[in-house]
Design a protein around this ligand. Structure first.
Ligand SMILES: [Zn+2]
Length: 145
């Protein structure tokens, strides 16, 4: 086989492999793009539901948007950092006190099922009271009802 023919066959094989790899990359990129679009729609739906729930609570209980903002900061700080993110960590089992992995819904040791759907055993500041004393709240500012 002359060298030129061998080289030509080699080049064609290289081109075929490159075209195949490009096709796989296009498919993977399309799948990721679809996943991002699905997540975007889910986030938008959750934002709508959250806003609907908040406006119901606000209108029903007469709470202000400032109070919501304060609560958001409290929730943000539950992981120790005010950074707009909630990092879930290990937490103690409510029944036996042993540590549960961040994604476990039931205890490996005693079998208790966690009711802590947010992954924070500490609970939520202000859960017991519907309205803190006015003296503990900062003065109102901005939009509120
Ligand atoms: Zn347990």
């Amino acid at each position: 086989m002359p060298f030129e023919l061998f080289w030509e066959l080699h080049q064609r094989e290289q081109i075929r492999e490159a075209a195949s790899a490009a096709g796989r990359a296009r498919s993977a990129a399309a799948a990721v793009g679809q996943e991002i679009e699905d997540l975007r729609r889910l986030v938008e739906k959750n934002l709508m539901i959250t806003e609907a729930l908040w406006t119901l609570v606000r209108d029903k209980l007469g709470w202000s948007d400032d109070r919501l903002a304060e609560r958001v900061i409290e929730v943000d700080l539950k992981d120790g950092q005010l950074d707009g993110r909630v990092r879930r960590g290990a937490r103690p089992c409510a029944a036996c006190g042993r540590m549960l992995g961040k994604d476990r819904l039931s205890c490996l040791y005693c079998g208790a099922v966690s009711k802590d759907v947010f992954g924070t055993a500490a609970g939520h500041p202000g859960d017991a009271a519907t309205t803190p004393p006015a003296s503990s709240r900062p003065p109102r500012s901005g939009r509120s009802r």
